[in-house]
Design a protein around this ligand. Sequence first.
Ligand SMILES: [Zn+2]
Length: 98
Amino acid sequence: MRPRTKRIRAAPRARNGAASPYRFELETEPENWFLEDEGYELAVFHSHPTPSNRPSRTDIKNVGLWAGRPYLILSLETNGLAAWQITGGGEPVELPLS
Ligand SMILES: [Zn+2]
């Protein structure tokens, strides 16, 4: 069995519905959710202005409908990229990047 290769095919922008530099509510166009029906896996990419590329408490608290999907976080201070899975309640699990 061949390993599945994941590639980014589209990167539609999302909005911060909270309109705040400190808090966010991720909002995206409804049609992006239907990409899953076409076989795409949805993921969230965002950056942190700090050295941390771990999910913040806000990321965990506001995961909502994105729970279980990959969260790619880039630290703008270190350029370190990491992927996480945030599920309800538990600690985020780091996903391998290849
Ligand atoms: Zn974050």
